[in-house]
Design a protein around this ligand. Structure first.
Ligand code: MLC
Ligand code: AMP
Length: 506
């Protein structure tokens, strides 16, 4: 029998859910007892005779599902600090995380281990495989874990080129889950569908961890395919669904393309849900309206960020205003300030600042950036602008033109520019986000070649693809003689954006 006393409420709670279904995963169906037992095996393997991992980082790479979850819990139960790696990332992005997080070990699912072999060899980091760690055997005594210990490092893009690690403690995760528990009325009887990537707060906290915290069931799809989601919904078992606006757009397109009987079955399945949530990027009002026509569900839009978890949410009961993200969640303090850091009145736009137990404490090994991110009184400066109108918050956009959101993925234009500039034929470039119905921001690059050099837009895209996560690769590349600049010689990004709009209008 495993000891359930771990200091972590999540684990203690799981110990009371026994044979309730926890995960319906591509690998099979698993109960909470299975999860307790498998994560104890993983923790035992990682400890290798020690009392605790004492906050050592463990990176893990697994497809969404059972092995991933057992790994995450095993790291936590061994006193480790989990660093999920992204299944979509090419070697260079994985290398960046390994070099920044400096894990004591990397754990990989056999199907993905090949990607890490050279990287871990070169860095002399042990590479462990999930089947070996999950194997049953004698269990070690597991450590008491303090809630103030780091639990999860999630990499996020900022205004400075490369992604940085957001350190979330167990207490942060608990506060994030408890806020959603109260606001969205989670119960043991919930059944949620998961196809979001598991290196972000949306998939990890709002969906997977929230479900397991409540003793609810999380049904994991190996990847997002609109038809698969509709078919699962049509079984009328799913009670909760959460996704990004791009996904709702895709689901609408698939519904539009289906025949009448299929549409009816799909819509009926969706109506069986008790709540459908959208977030991670602005939900276009036409998407909200069309979804309501198709399913009868008025999507609950909420606003969040890797550094804070969820901050603002429309209500579970009561009116959900189109184009608004509601009000601060329980436990979240939020305010709007002007450029002098002074709070603005309702009706006046300002920058969102957030404070509370869910907010992260630091960027990993970046004291300067951490200090810059917070202002007097411990407020975290999100960099997003909003306005409060009739008591509800409306997001207006970001302070920086260099932070883009594409399909719910946050990316830095500067990181993409740095990559393009490393191509020998590229003299200069400017990356912008162009408004797009499917992606939110469509990543577009204007490129000036060195004199006498020849290359194509497609060649530059494949160059980027080898080096960057697929969602960072510019969708459109325009080769120019020169970049638009202002009188000071600075590239004017709005003018660059206009070039792509003209291009699309032609
Ligand atoms: C994939 N592609 C993307 C992309 N995802 N391009 C831009 N933006 C994206 N987000 C690329 C693919 O690599 C491919 O490139 C081409 O686009 C078409 O791929 P696809 O097969 O159609 O894409 P798909 O794999 O279906 O992915 C689309 C998606 C996915 C929307 C399902 O991006 C997704 O799950 N997004 C959610 C991200 C998320 O969870 N964000 C939360 C962050 S946390 P090519 O060149 O091969 O054609 C956060 C806090 C909060 O924001 O508030 O929640
Ligand atoms: P990430 O860093 O990936 O956590 O992305 C967080 C960012 O996504 C926020 O700073 C916002 O810019 C954006 N975002 C999240 N939810 C919403 C929303 N509902 N509307 C508009 N933007 C959002």
């Amino acid at each position: 029998m495993d000891s359930h006393s771990s200091g972590l409420r999540l684990v203690e709670r799981a110990g009371t859910f026994h044979d309730r279904p926890a995960l319906l995963a591509p690998e099979g169906a698993f109960t909470f007892d299975d999860l307790m037992s498998a994560s104890a095996a993983v923790a035992t393997g990682l400890l290798a005779g020690r009392d605790s991992l004492d906050g050592e980082r463990i990176c893990y790479l697994a497809p969404p599902g059972w092995a991933y979850t057992a790994m995450q819990w095993g790291v936590w139960r061994a006193g480790g600090f989990g660093v999920p790696l992204a299944t979509s990332h090419p070697e260079r992005e994985l290398a960046w995380v390994l070099d920044d997080a400096k894990p004591e070990a990397v754990v990989a699912h056999p199907s993905l281990a090949g990607r890490l072999q050279d990287l871990t060899n070169d860095r002399k980091i042990p590479l462990l495989l999930t089947p070996a760690l999950l194997r049953d055997g004698p269990r070690a005594e597991l450590p008491e874990v303090d809630e103030s210990d780091p639990a999860l490092m999630l990499y996020t893009s900022g205004t400075t080129g490369k992604p940085k690690g957001v350190v979330l403690t167990h207490a942060n995760l608990r506060a994030q889950v408890e806020a959603l528990s109260e606001a969205w009325g989670w119960t043991q009887d919930d059944h949620i569908l998961l196809h979001l990537p598991l290196h972000h707060v949306h998939g990890i906290v709002n969906v997977l961890t929230s479900a397991l915290w409540h003793g609810a069931t999380c049904e994991v799809l190996p990847r997002f395919r609109a038809v698969d989601v509709w078919e699962r919904l049509a079984r009328c078992e799913v009670t909760l669904y959460m996704a990004v606006p791009t996904v709702y757009r895709r689901l609408i397109d698939a519904w539009d393309a289906a025949d009448t009987d299929t549409r009816e079955a799909w819509s009926q399945g969706a109506r069986a849900c008790r709540l459908m949530v959208s977030g991670s990027a602005a939900l276009p009002v036409p998407t909200l309206e069309r979804w309501e026509e198709i399913t009868g569900h008025r999507l609950l839009e909420r606003y969040g960020m890797t550094e804070i978890g969820m901050g603002l949410s429309n209500p579970l009961e009561g009116a959900r205003r189109a184009g608004f993200v509601g009000t601060p969640l329980p436990g979240v303090e939020a305010r709007l300030v002007d450029d002098d850091d002074l709070e603005v009145q309702e009706g006046t736009p300002g920058t969102i600042q957030v404070r509370g137990p869910a907010v992260f404490g630091e960027y990993w090994h970046r004291p300067d950036e951490t200090a810059e991110a917070f202002t007097v009184g411990g407020w975290f400066q999100t960099g997003d602008q909003a306005v409060v109108e009739d008591g509800a918050w409306r997001i207006l956009g970001r302070n920086s033109v260099d932070i883009l959101k594409t399909g719910g993925e946050k990316i830095s234009a500067l990181e993409i520019e740095d990559t393009l500039r490393s191509h020998p034929a590229v003299a200069d470039c400017a990356v912008v986000g162009v408004a797009d119905v499917d992606w939110g921001d469509r990543v577009c690059a204007a490129v000036v070649l060195r004199p006498g050099e020849i290359t194509s837009a497609e060649a530059l895209r494949s160059f980027s693809k080898k080096r960057l996560a697929p969602y960072k690769v510019p969708k459109d590349v325009l080769l120019l003689e020169e970049l638009p600049r202002n009188a000071m010689g600075k590239v004017t990004k709005p003018a660059v954006r206009d070039l792509f709009i003209e291009e699309n209008d032609e």
